[in-house]
Each structure stands twice: as structure tokens, then as C-alpha cells.
Design a protein around this ligand. Structure first.
Ligand SMILES: *Cc1c(COP(=O)(O)O)cnc(C)c1O
Length: 265
């Protein structure tokens, strides 16, 4: 949709625990300021650090800096890190990227949270594997609020029916909705995505099936988390502003991204 990629801020690479701590402190301050502007309690907003492409040594620094839950968007990468850092028994993992049915077994084994649920075959595969593992999983339903073909997620008008089907999968603990906003530096283009997600939650609160609590709104990343908070985010997923710019092109993360470079920041 956005033909011209906005200029991308370069994030300095944090290569020590001190630098990671400083970035975390800075982001927490910005979260507080955004909450203040919106008349919200900062305790309502959870910061989910995103560690994709960040290697083990820097993840251990983040752990030392206090991080206990990290977001990863590729299952294989996340699973490998979980195995490498099994000694950090209280470090938990949130899978925030698209999942193929045949990889559900990995997520069922190690993840605390899965934020990109958008089809029932995956729900069913996850539930079956979780039952086998004797585990449960917090899930967020991903919604495509930017109407870009390149993005995963349900169309907003599909969410209600989808939500009604979820209580059948008892190992999935439904927490809320997740979205990636349009990638743009123009808040007039970005905020409507967040508003769409919030509006959907209000509808779900009236109509949602029993046992599905759609309280959470996971929205906002390094480039737009303050707008997301002003629009009601309860979880912001922040990677580059904590760890530094990623070396790999965004097409690595959104392989189907027709809009390529413009897909994400
Ligand atoms: C990478 C990623 C983020 C974080 O993006 P940053 O620009 O690093 O803050 C958030 N959500 C999802 C789904 C991601 O894949």
C-alpha cells in the first residue's frame, strides 16, 4: 500500500548489558509518557522484547538485564535458542510469527505464548500437541488491519466466527488480539490499524464465547509503539529499539511481502 518506504531509523547495536539496560529504561520511560498522554496506567502495558536474529550472548545480557519473556518470529530459531538456554529455567518464549501446521509440535513443547493464530488447522494441531505434552499455551488471534496482502492474519470481519470456534481447543488460553500496523511514518495511516483492533475487541467483549477472554491488544513495534499505546495496546513488541537494527532484510521475516522493503521497519 505505501509505495514509498519511510526513512528507516538506524538503531544503534546494543552489545553490552549496560546498553541493553539503558535502552530498556528509555523505552519504559516512553511507555510511561505515552500512558500519561492517554490517561492510562503504565502497569496495563507489557513490554515484550523481541530477540529475533539476536545471538545467544546478547540474549543472556538481556536476561541479566531482567528480561524473562522474549518474542521470536521464527519457530526454528526460537526452538534452538530455547534448547541453548535451557539453563535459564525462568526465561520464557513468545512465538509472534506465522506458524505452519507441521511446526505446531515445536511450539507446543516450549512456547509460553503464540501471538499469530489465524487458522483453525493450526489451532487444532497446537491443541493436540499440547494435550500430548500436558501443557497449555496463551494465544492471540492475529488480525490483518492494514489490508495488505503481504500480511498474515484474519480479515477483521472473520474474527468473530473464528473466536466462536476457539473454546473447542481447551489447551489454548485465548488472551486477545494481535496486529502489525501499516508500515508508515505517517500516524494518520498507522493509527487506524490500531483503532480497528481496539474496536474489534469491544465487539468481542459483547459477543465472545465463554472461556475466551479477549482482554489483550498486542500492537506496536519499535517505530510505532507510542501511537499503539495511545490507542489502547496492552502489549508492545519491541526489538530494534532494544537490540539495534537488524542486518537481514525484512523480506526474511515477511517472505510473502509483496511490498518488500516497505513491509516493515
Ligand atoms: C520483528 C517483530 C516485531 C518487532 O519489530 P521491531 O521493529 O524490531 O521493534 C514485532 N512484531 C513482530 C510480529 C515481529 O516479527
Amino acid at each position: 500500500m505505501s509505495a514509498v518506504p519511510p526513512s528507516r531509523p538506524a538503531y544503534h547495536t546494543a552489545s553490552s548489558q549496560t546498553e541493553i539496560e539503558a535502552n530498556l529504561a528509555d523505552i519504559r520511560q516512553r511507555i510511561e509518557a505515552a500512558c500519561q498522554r492517554a490517561g492510562r496506567d503504565p502497569a496495563e502495558v507489557r513490554l515484550l522484547p523481541v530477540s529475533k536474529t539476536v545471538d545467544e550472548s546478547r540474549i543472556r545480557m538481556a536476561y541479566a538485564a531482567g528480561c524473562r519473556l522474549l518474542g521470536e518470529n521464527k519457530v526454528q530459531e526460537a526452538y534452538g535458542k530455547w534448547e541453548q538456554m535451557a539453563d535459564l529455567t525462568d526465561l520464557h518464549w513468545a512465538v509472534i510469527g506465522h506458524l505452519q501446521t507441521n511446526k505446531a509440535k515445536f511450539v507446543a513443547r516450549f512456547a509460553q505464548e503464540f501471538q499469530a493464530l489465524d487458522n483453525l488447522r493450526v489451532a487444532e494441531a497446537l491443541d493436540r500437541r499440547l494435550q500430548e505434552e500436558g501443557r497449555s499455551l496463551d494465544v492471540f488471534v492475529q488480525v490483518n488491519t492494514s489490508h495488505e496482502d503481504s500480511k498474515f492474519g484474519l480479515a477483521p470481519d472473520q474474527v468473530l466466527d473464528f473466536a466462536r470456534a476457539l473454546p473447542a481447543y481447551s489447551a489454548l488460553k485465548v488472551r486477545g488480539l494481535m496486529t502489525l500496523a501499516l508500515f508508515s511514518s505517517d500516524e494518520n495511516h498507522v493509527r487506524p490499524c490500531f483503532v480497528t483492533l481496539r474496536t474489534l475487541r469491544e465487539r468481542l467483549r459483547q459477543d465472545a464465547p465463554q472461556g475466551a477472554d479477549f482482554a489483550e491488544l498486542s500492537m506496536g513495534m519499535s517505530g510505532d509503539f507510542e501511537w499503539a499505546i495511545e490507542e489502547g495496546a496492552t502489549t508492545v513488541r519491541v526489538g530494534q529499539a532494544i537490540f539495534g537494527s537488524r542486518a537481514l532484510p525484512d523480506s526474511y521475516y515477511w517472505p510473502e511481502g509483496a511490498s518488500g522493503e516497505a513491509a516493515r521497519g
